[in-house]
Design a protein around this ligand. Structure first.
Ligand code: FEO
Length: 395
């Protein structure tokens, strides 16, 4: 990626990863990503804010060469995860006088993850500042969005807020600033769902701290920057709020068609009751799409057959993920089928321990669903509708 000019003395020097399709060996990246790194020059000192994934280290180094950067005094590490910190050792090698500016938790992680020498650090506390000469960096500790050490850096005079993962998006684009609002909105929501939703309480708190600064530019470490900060702050307010929507997320897996028949019938029963339903076939689901659906939905109903006397492994995976992401669900249910017995219901229920939901009566058919099972599915749909009415989601 070429150097991109943000303002006089502030350049974007990171890398676009157009081809990356998977993160953490888990998260699909349908639109690639970027690892943003920012060079900020004052009249006396120069700072590099975050680096790039080690796979793109050569691009960062090339950009610094293109700019003729002879000295870097500070490498600000807002977050120790390797997609932002992984090139710090190379920068320290190229610029032997550079200090890594980090909070104490981040320092510890960088020593453990990257073997950065302790003497290379300058530790900063919440609210500390650092003058570059005519420009001041302020450090704002923002733990748990999404690691314990996460931090924002605010360039006071220019009102640029560098938020690292927070408010970012896995979205490879040649545009420096947000312009493609519809597809960027989806990418940012996917990112929120996968990375930040489990930390909703911290998100709310740090979002208001960020908004109170009234930045003119928000510069995250993935995806484009925002010169209209409300463009990302407003969606984050909605996603992290306590509001849920009149929606049922319905992940399912079927082996010989019994569970699939129940899912089809149940989806129709919900639609007839005025409830939006989002089925996901777990054999071909994009987990990001499923996570995004969980951002808003009031209800999750999982559907699984019984295999090897338990829930299907794909349903186990979906239940584990739904629990780990801590969505603001209010209601949960389970439907499925079995041949001769098993612990499918207990297994799935035991996995949903962190979501604070009302569990509805499960509907499990022996073999092909019969009239009694369809009647039970109607009752389940009615129970979902009643809960949604209680929540004020349905007239
Ligand atoms: Fe983009 Fe938590 O790293």
């Amino acid at each position: 990626m070429t150097v991109r000019h943000i303002k006089p003395g502030i350049d974007s020097v990171g890398a676009i990863d157009w081809d990356r399709r998977l993160f953490d060996a888990l998260i699909p990246l349908p639109q690639g990503t970027s690892y943003n790194s920012y060079l900020v020059k004052g009249s006396e000192k120069t700072a590099l804010i975050d680096t790039v994934d080690p796979s793109k280290e050569h691009e960062l180094v090339s950009n610094l060469k293109k700019l003729g950067v002879e000295a870097i005094d500070y490498v600000i590490s807002n977050h120790a995860e390797q997609d932002h910190s992984g090139s710090i050792p190379k920068i320290l090698e190229l610029y032997p006088a550079a200090k890594v500016v980090a909070n104490s938790k981040c320092k510890g992680l960088l020593i453990e993850l990257l073997a950065v020498a302790e003497e290379r650090f300058m530790e900063v506390g919440d609210g500390d500042s650092l003058s570059l000469g005519g420009r001041t960096l302020e450090f704002i500790h923002a733990p748990w969005v999404h690691w314990p050490e996460t931090m924002f850096t605010y360039l006071r005079e220019d009102r640029v807020l560098f938020t690292c993962d927070f408010l970012g998006a896995h979205f490879a684009t040649s545009e420096l600033f947000s312009t493609d609002s519809a597809s960027l909105y989806v990418a940012a929501k996917r990112y929120y769902a996968e990375i930040l939703m489990p930390f909703r309480t911290s998100v709310k708190k740090h979002l208001e701290r960020a908004a109170d600064l009234e930045p003119s530019i928000i510069a995250p470490s993935h995806g484009p920057l925002y010169d209209n900060p409300e463009g990302i702050i407003a969606p984050y307010r909605e996603w992290s709020s306590d509001l849920v929507k009149n929606q049922v997320v319905l992940p399912f897996v079927t082996m010989h068609g019994s569970t699939e028949k129940m899912v089809g019938y149940f989806a129709d029963a919900l639609i007839r009751r005025g409830i939006e339903v989002k089925p996901f076939n777990l054999t071909r689901v994009d987990l990001g799409e499923l996570a995004m659906a969980l951002v808003d939905a009031a209800t999750l109903v999982l559907a699984s057959p019984t295999v090897l006397s338990g829930a299907h492994p794909l349903a186990v995976n979906a239940a584990y993920l739904a629990d780990a992401l801590r969505p603001k669900l209010k209601v949960a249910g389970l439907i499925g089928s079995y041949g001769w017995g098993g612990r499918m219901v207990e297994q799935i229920t035991e996995l949903l321990v962190h979501v604070k939901v009302d569990f509805l009566e499960p509907v499990v058919a022996k073999g092909l669903p019969g009239a009694d099972d369809y009647a039970a599915l109607d009752r389940l749909a009615g129970a979902v509708a009643a809960k949604h009415r209680e929540l004020g989601l349905l007239g």
